[in-house]
Design a binder for this molecule. Structure first.
Ligand code: C5P
Length: 411
């Protein structure tokens, strides 16, 4: 995505350097357009180094590129942080005295403004009217946080944390992609996500690289389509949106207990969690120590593993011949000498007996922890393969729900 990050002249401008980082790390091209006042707080070299692009504040440089029109026209998203009272006023009235205000007039993409100012300015009648005008026009004006301001005073007007502005901006882009159908209204959905940790001793565990992002994205997408969602979250370190019921777990056995206790009251069970296939056979109550035997200085313990239950297969077995709940499995495959990613996925679908299997190709820099993914959805009893992505995990999640909705019995 081409993002314009506008920076207003407020002390919170330094926080926008972190916001810029979040955008560039998400793979987006970011053009920073500060105001002159913003450069008094954070200088042009910071923005240029972090964005990898030159910055300008006025409409008189590089005029052959017509930047005052082009930057706004080409943007997929404009975010202004901090948006000062002065900038809100200019945007509300259509003033265009510098490059950033020109961008705001020429942009036709989603615009997100994150105000930051003293409480008196935020609560002033002029600012209230300007914010209302902008919101009426479809601009997203994020509510400022309440808390410590520049001096010793506190109150509403603090710039939200960069992560919160980033999440708000991404939600606006997703929302702009189209209103979601409420086709999961009344459905109860159970999703496992994250990666289990199997403890060896009080300080060590066997774990995996799953971030839990895909399961979380599925939960958020299902809620947006009207479902009530329970998320059994194995060691999830990400914030979960309100409206999702979270059951935190650590180990495969805990995850199994929480899933098994809930399957009958749900219409769909989606097992996204990366569940450890094995756990240490013994747990040691105190930390396993190195021995210091001069006769055997390289001595190291051998860890014996035992199999964990296959929770997904258990859910399928527990429903017997019944068609509910609909069971969706995930398979992270690398492909090997015995078969391609799709062949291995097809065999796994038959072996596990679930209704749908979402297959994704994994590797060191693929899928785990990433924001973008692409998957193949396989349906039991059909040769059809539905390819989704590449796209954000949110967009791919909606594609998965489209398939699930088509597979659910209508009542
Ligand atoms: O066999 P594999 O681990 O590749 O299967 C992946 C699918 O099975 C995922 O849906 C995962 O959540 C589930 N699974 C499970 N219990 C295990 C291992 C995997 O439910 N012990």
């Amino acid at each position: 995505m081409r993002i314009v990050l506008g920076v207003g002249g407020g002390i919170a401008a330094y926080k926008s350097a972190l916001l810029l980082r979040l955008f560039t790390e998400g793979g987006h091209d970011v053009t920073v357009v500060p105001t002159d006042a913003a450069l008094r707080f954070v200088g042009a070299p910071t923005w240029e180094a972090l964005s990898g692009r030159p910055v300008q504040t006025d409409v008189w440089s590089n005029v052959t590129d017509v930047p005052h029109v082009r930057i706004g026209q080409e943007a997929d998203l404009v975010v202004v942080a901090p948006a000062t009272a002065d900038l809100l006023a200019k945007a509300a009235h259509g003033l265009a005295g510098d490059l950033l205000t020109n961008v705001l007039l020429t942009a036709r993409c989603p615009v997100v403004l994150a105000p930051a100012m003293h409480t008196e300015m935020w609560e002033h009648a002029a600012t209230r009217v300007n914010v209302a005008t902008l919101r009426e026009r479809g601009v997203t004006v994020v509510e400022p946080d309440s808390g410590r301001l520049t001096g010793a005073d506190t109150g509403p007007g603090r710039l939200p944390e960069p992560e919160a502005i980033h999440a708000a901006a991404m939600a606006v882009v997703e929302g702009a992609a189209g209103e979601r159908p409420r086709d999961l209204a009344g459905r109860r959905i159970l999703i496992s996500t994250g990666g289990t940790r199997e403890p060896l001793d009080p300080v060590r565990y066997l774990g995996n690289r799953s971030s839990g992002k895909q399961g979380l994205a599925l939960a958020e997408a299902a809620v947006a389509r009207g479902a009530s969602v329970t998320l059994v979250a194995a060691n999830l370190e990400l914030p979960v949106a309100p409206g999702i019921d979270v059951v935190p777990v650590q180990t495969a056995l805990e995850l199994q207990r929480e899933i098994d206790a809930r399957t009958t009251e749900h219409d769909v069970v989606v097992m996204v969690a990366a569940v450890a296939d094995f756990r240490p056979a013994e747990y040691t109550d105190s930390k396993i120590k190195k021995t210091h035997d001069p006769a055997d200085p390289d001595a190291a313990p051998t860890i014996r593993l035992v199999r964990n239950p296959d929770i997904l297969a258990g859910v399928v077995a527990a429903r017997g011949g019944a068609s509910a709940p609909l069971v969706v499995g995930f398979a992270a495959e690398t492909g090997d000498a015995t078969g391609s990613v799709l062949e291995l996925g097809r065999a796994k679908l038959e072996r596990k007996g679930c209704d749908l299997l979402v297959v994704n190709e994994v590797g060191v820099d693929k899928t785990f922890g990433a924001d973008e993914t692409s998957v193949h959805v396989l349906t039991r009893g059909s040769d059809e393969v539905i390819d989704l992505g590449p796209g954000s995990k949110a967009v791919v999640s909606h594609g998965i729900w489209d398939v699930v909705v088509g597979s659910l019995p209508t009542d």
